[in-house]
Write a protein of this length. Sequence first.
Length: 137
Amino acid sequence: MYNSLDISVSGMVAQRTRINTIAANLANQNTILDANGDPNPYKRRFSIFAPGDGVGGMGVHVRSIELDQGAPKLKWDPSSPYARPEGTPDAGYVYTPNIDPITEQIDALEAQRAYEANVQAAEAAKSMMAQALSLIA
């Protein structure tokens, strides 16, 4: 019984991490400068899940949070101080993050539904444990 609770909790933790990653992507969808103030657009992040809890148990855990290696989006804005200089193939364009808000929202909805499913599974396991304890008491 306790394993079923551990599995559900590990799923909730993994989905919470996924939601946090999506929230960071949406919060930085217009970030074109890095921490040093240089034009370097934010790269989309995504969670990679792996089976087990990292020590051989059941459930799931977040193995890593990876950077999307896709090309940045190009926005035409020659008046921007961050536009690519003349003489380059993409002169006048500003590099922006490769984040699609619709994709992020769909991923967030999927993570929310998975989290809710894990909550329901944990509630069912808890209810079964309570019934089992009432039978032996």
